[in-house]
Design a protein around this ligand. Structure first.
Ligand SMILES: [Zn+2]
Ligand SMILES: [Zn+2]
Length: 652
């Protein structure tokens, strides 16, 4: 072995934003030959008494710094855990979001397990195996293949498919497996990112069914820490793979990456809640431009962000249509003038009754529990929690009223308006609806599926499944009817993207129906109703986006929230660099004592604004150098925090 050059550059594993750049250290003779680019080491911080973990980003024989350098303390892992492309990706993502590269790497590289590392190192390097698989794309996609380096937005027709073992899966999962298989044959890896564990299980089923079980790895949080780390080590090798996971899968290493696919990018699970808060869609776009792989966003609907990129010709649009669709009936349209809409319209009841002869029927309601809201039985005031003023609910028919926000039981509730102590339920959750349905259809099995009753599939037998949005199980062969009951309640929520979310959820739910089924929708309203009946989700998105353009709201423009002490936020907003057109809303006081401002700005100004805000964050962090305990802080917010593309802009 040639003698190791004597110096390393490292990226420190520290949350301090002012340390987010490379530092140089000397390699002591005792560690010579043990360090690679990407290794994890421990290094002393200035002063030499405290230590930090760090990733080695370069090894040189001549440092750039001319003064004395401290020495690496020890090697934590000699394996090259951080690949140069991953570092480059993390840097780009962090710069776009005004964050630290190490925060991105913490999402990309799982916690280390010494035992997993040992067993990985002692295992034999697998010989290259021939790909033997029967993976085929569903017939409607047989003409669709991705070109190298091309980017696509695909609208998938809602249809169910069947595995060779006879299991029902949505057609998109079969399409994704077929696409990944095409890449494998070319010796290339694929990354598939999906919203949640149900989607991962579906993919796993489809991959195993296609005979690809030895070619894919999961990188999601449902795995044990050991498995996750072992899979990470596998992804550092040279063999092409199919990597499946949730939002952070888009950061995973993948040898010879050929294709990145996201299913249903509008799902809120793709929003990263940890700094620097990069949305998986944006990370995928950066990854594509970095590696020139192919990129596919597929969904039953169209997110406004993707519609924008289609209209800019940044993505190619693929709209695959089939002739077989479930029939969609808007039950609001059947009301006589002056008639108040009943919760379960007569047409839907009759439809459900008839459909039960053929198989399971899905009933979707807005909330879990018995009654999601309660009012005073005498004066009709909304009942709120005695400790936090949140809304009260009944989890079961005989339960004690509890708070939906803080969970506190409110056994001795008294109306603050009239002093009465009797409550009245106002809406029906899954439990109350299943009670009602049980009485209306005696002898039929009624099953609840919501956040408290997790169910991923149901057999093809007559039964009624009462589910909340997003918790609907897949019925073998598809549902013979679907009733979407709480349109008005779902659409009445005060959220910026509420219609988009409802359209997306309903389109996903409709895809669970048998192609000969009827879907009844209550309270869809005119524009969502038309989009669903005519399968014109793209048209709806285009129209919605044009309104956002008119009002200069995201995603027609970008937004960044700036949170922190009032004075810092004000100064930061006052001294903004020269941007083309922008708008500052606020600053306003937040419930936690901090102050928040929203800055709406043009995409082309993103880089400059991120640079400016990053500098402001670092200034704010270095001013309060000394670590402060939560008790000492007393609830005050001491530092500036920025969140680009903040999804939570409803509070203003
Ligand atoms: Zn009252
Ligand atoms: Zn409460």
């Amino acid at each position: 072995m040639s003698p190791q050059p004597g110096y390393v550059s490292v990226l420190l594993d520290t949350p301090l934003p002012q340390l987010d750049h490379v530092f140089e250290y000397r390699i002591p003779e005792s560690l010579s030959g043990q360090i690679e680019v990407g290794s994890k080491v421990s290094v002393p911080l200035r002063g030499g008494t405290r230590f930090s973990d760090a990733y080695v980003t370069a090894i040189t024989d001549k440092p750039e710094f001319s003064g004395d350098l401290l020495s690496v303390e020890k090697v934590i892992s000699g394996i090259s855990l951080l690949q140069p492309q991953t570092l480059e990706l993390a840097r780009k993502v962090a710069d776009r979001q005004a964050g630290s590269a190490i925060d991105v790497l913490r999402l990309a590289i799982p916690a280390r397990y010494v035992r997993a590392e040992k067993s990985f190192l002692s295992s034999e390097i697998p010989v290259k195996v021939e790909i033997s698989s029967q993976a085929v794309k569903p017939a409607e996609f047989s003409d669709f293949t991705v070109q190298e380096g091309q980017k696509y937005a695909l609208k998938v027709p809602p249809r169910l498919a069947e595995t060779q073992a006879g299991k029902t899966i949505p057609n998109w999962s079969q399409l994704f497996v077929g696409m990944a298989h095409e890449q494998l044959i070319k010796g290339k890896s694929t990354i598939i990112a999906v919203p949640d564990f149900r989607d991962i299980e579906l993919l796993e089923l489809a991959l195993n069914d296609a005979g690809l079980s030895q070619y894919f790895i999961r990188v999601d949080a449902k795995l044990s820490g050991q498995e996750r780390y072992l899979n990470y080590l596998r992804s550092l090798g040279d063999q092409p793979l199919i990597v499946i996971g949730n939002r952070s899968a888009v950061l995973a290493p993948a040898p010879h990456l050929g294709l990145v696919m996201l299913w249903d990018d509008g799902d809120h699970n793709f929003e990263e809640p940890l700094a620097p808060y990069a949305h998986a869609r944006d990370v995928a776009l950066i990854r594509q431009s970095q590696t020139n792989c192919s990129l596919l966003f597929a969904s039953y609907t169209r997110s406004l962000e993707i519609q924008r990129l289609v209209e800019l010709n940044y993505l190619s649009e693929v709209d695959v249509r089939t002739t077989q669709h479930p029939q969609i009936v808007l039950t609001d349209a059947h009301l006589e003038e002056g008639e108040t809409p009943s919760r379960i319209p007569a047409a839907a009841w009759l439809g459900a009754k008839k459909a039960l002869e053929n198989g399971p029927v899905l009933v979707q309601v807005a909330s879990p529990g018995f009654a999601p809201a309660l009012i005073c039985s005498s004066c009709r005031e909304r009942a709120t929690c005695q400790s936090c003023h949140g809304p009260l609910q009944l989890a079961h028919k005989t339960a004690t009223p509890s708070c939906r926000w803080c969970g506190q039981l409110n056994a001795s509730w008294k109306c603050s308006g009239c002093g009465n102590s009797r409550l009245r339920p106002v809406a029906a959750g899954t439990e109350r609806t299943s009670d009602e349905i049980g009485r209306a259809f005696p002898g039929v099995k009624v099953i609840v599926a919501d956040g408290n009753h997790i169910l991923t599939s149901v057999p093809a037998e007559p039964s009624i499944i009462v589910a909340t949005p997003g918790a609907e199980p897949i019925a073998h062969g598809g549902y013979s009817a679907i009733l979407l009951l709480d349109g008005e309640r779902l659409r009445g929520r005060e959220a910026f993207r509420v219609d988009e979310d409802v359209l997306r959820n309903w389109s996903n739910t409709i895809a669970l129906a048998h192609s000969s089924a009827t879907v009844f929708i209550n309270g869809a309203g005119i524009s969502l109703g038309a989009a669903l009946v005519n399968s014109e989700q793209i048209l709806w998105a285009a129209h919605e986006l044009s309104e956002r353009q008119q009002f200069r709201l995201p995603p027609a423009v970008r937004v960044v929230s700036v949170t922190g002490p009032a004075e810092t936020v004000r100064n930061t907003c006052d001294e903004l660099p020269n941007l083309s057109t922008h708008r500052v809303l606020g600053p306003v006081g937040m419930p936690d004592g901090s102050t928040r401002a929203l800055i709406f700005f043009e995409y082309k100004d993103g880089e400059e604004l991120a640079k400016y805000l990053r500098a402001a964050v670092i200034t704010s962090a270095t001013r309060s150098k000394r670590p402060v305990s939560p008790a000492e802080r007393g609830g005050r917010v001491l530092r500036l925090r920025v969140r680009f593309d903040d999804p939570d802009i409803d509070a203003l």
